[in-house]
Design a protein around this ligand. Sequence first.
Ligand code: S3P
Length: 172
Amino acid sequence: MSAVPLVVLVGPMGVGKSTVGQLLAEQLGVGYRDTDEDVVAAQGRSIAEIFVDEGEPAFRAIEKRAVHKALADHDGVLALGGGAILDQETRALLAGLRVVYLSIDVEEAVRRTGLNAARPLLAGNPRKQWRELMEARRHLYEQIATAVVSTDGRTPEEVTQVALDALELKEA
Ligand code: S3P
């Protein structure tokens, strides 16, 4: 099947891409897909296990394949793992699509993700790691976004509504 996602969600870990993505898909009457889940399903092991077994570069290669496949055959809402946009070819594929960057304040992100062992990149000092990740990535998220939606102080339902308004997409 060949298709193009109706909406792609990007943004850092803990911003709520899965929750908002599912709400957005419901509102739009389309399917929801998450590239982290595609990676886990294809590999039969968790993301943390892939990092431990093979390291980050191998994970990025696996992730890139999953993202390119999903971008080519999913026509609903697609959430990308937080680091997927580090890949230049992936960013090129996102050009011309509706891409929503969900942004979040650092303290709020650390509260949401800090103690989550499933996120290997935040191991050790989550606040420091998160800050460094955002310094390296913020401009990339901004570069590819067609809409930037802040999640600070908003419920997932509110974020979904702001995203719908920003995209001028009608609910189903
Ligand atoms: C990562 C984000 C995670 C997952 C992996 C690496 C990152 O996805 O892909 O742990 O580099 O930011 P979520 O953003 O869905 O948590």
